[in-house]
Design a protein around this ligand. Sequence first.
Ligand SMILES: NC(=O)c1ccc[n+]([C@@H]2O[C@H](COP(=O)([O-])OP(=O)(O)OC[C@H]3O[C@@H](n4cnc5c(N)ncnc54)[C@H](OP(=O)(O)O)[C@@H]3O)[C@@H](O)[C@H]2O)c1
Length: 432
Amino acid sequence: MRTINVGLLGCGTVGSGVVKLFQEHPDLLDRRVGAKLRIRKVAVRSAPRVPVDAKLLTKEAMEVVRDPQIDIIVELIGGTDVAKALCLEAVANGKHLVTANKALLAEHGLEIYRAAAEKRVDLGFEASVCGAIPIIRSVKEGLVANRILSIMGIVNGTTNYILTKMTESSQAFASVLAEAQAKGYAEADPTLDVGGGDAAHKLQILASLAYGGYIRFSDIYIEGIQKIEAVDIAFARELGYRIKLLAIAKQEQGELEVRVHPTMIPEAHLLASVGGVYNAVHIRGDSCGSLMFSGRGAGQMPTASSVVADIVEIAHNIVFHRPSHASLLPTSAVGSEITLRPMERITSGYYLRVMAMDKPGVLSKVSGVLGEHNISIASMIQKGRDEAAAVPIVMLTHQAVEGDMRRALQKINALDVIAQETMCIRVEGVED
Ligand SMILES: NC(=O)c1ccc[n+]([C@@H]2O[C@H](COP(=O)([O-])OP(=O)(O)OC[C@H]3O[C@@H](n4cnc5c(N)ncnc54)[C@H](OP(=O)(O)O)[C@@H]3O)[C@@H](O)[C@H]2O)c1
């Protein structure tokens, strides 16, 4: 029986999960591959987090990617500098590559996809988006007959945990974040998660595959959840909505929107019930209709499960001499058939919480500005009376153009009766 050799770079959270799976299911993996699948080297910087045969360990990751005995390199060190150099060197040496590194692919994927296509090696990155959920494979293969109309995903577990907790307990963002950090659900520096960057990395990867062209990370509009207040969550509930951080890609009239921001969705929408650290992706295709994928989007074993799935698939391809699939990767920029729609021109429903002094005529001033900018109000709540302080006026608008909304908000916020910046949250999923 032939042996397929794997070189593992990094034996931290996910890397040690991969080692565990190899240790727990060796026969199962061999049977599924049709060959002996073995980890030949493990590059580490410090002691691995699981027992690993000392003979396999090395501190020289570059040596691993150049080892002529190794067929598949699995990059699990994270970061973008060293990881990029190692991945490109692995591909240059004709190795197939598996990575869970969403930051690397979102920021430098084009170079890596092109190198893989040129060298005709396979590239597996299922674990880079939504951990255990086989979403990459579904978009790349299962849905290939479809024009993808939209993708809406809860792709960051930390923010979903925070928003779920805020919804259940009416606590403020800062205290829920502190609790999430104490429980290990949020990093000590949570910026990438709560600021939406991590979700945008995943959207970049998914949307580039779904729409057949490499989307520049800098073209994705990103807004985090830091400004969401408990009062907005309460109003959303009262109006029959939930607030989620959504990664959205939508194709309309030959244009593509790619954006990450807090979003209000109707409580009956499939995504609204996805709580805690869970991830979910809702896809609409022109043939398949609506589909929903959900599950554990991170964590050691769910992520290792997807990494090993990629390793097994590539090993299987090697055994059966199947050609590489790298030619299907998005190796050119978003093409001539589809252009990116600037954020200014997207349309959406909007939730507005205007903090206004409780004086006669305030409402007509605010609605007047909205009307001047072609924005019509679908429903409104005004609660409490306090002549000395600002009170919230909450509105849901019909579909409006983002640029009009931005200009209207500038004018509303400048009115002398407005006490603080108006909270504005986009509303989606009403039509799904
Ligand atoms: N954790 C998850 O749930 C999850 C989910 C999806 C995707 N991912 C992605 O998976 C990748 C790995 O994440 P992780 O959570 O496993 O990170 P991690 O726990 O920090 O593990 C990374 C490991 O790589 C080691 N390392 C760093 N530079 C190295 C080098 N030059 N040579 C050898 N080893 C090196 C680190 O060593 P030290 O121990 O010395 O720091 C650490 O043990 C990241 O790209 C991440 O975005 C993670």
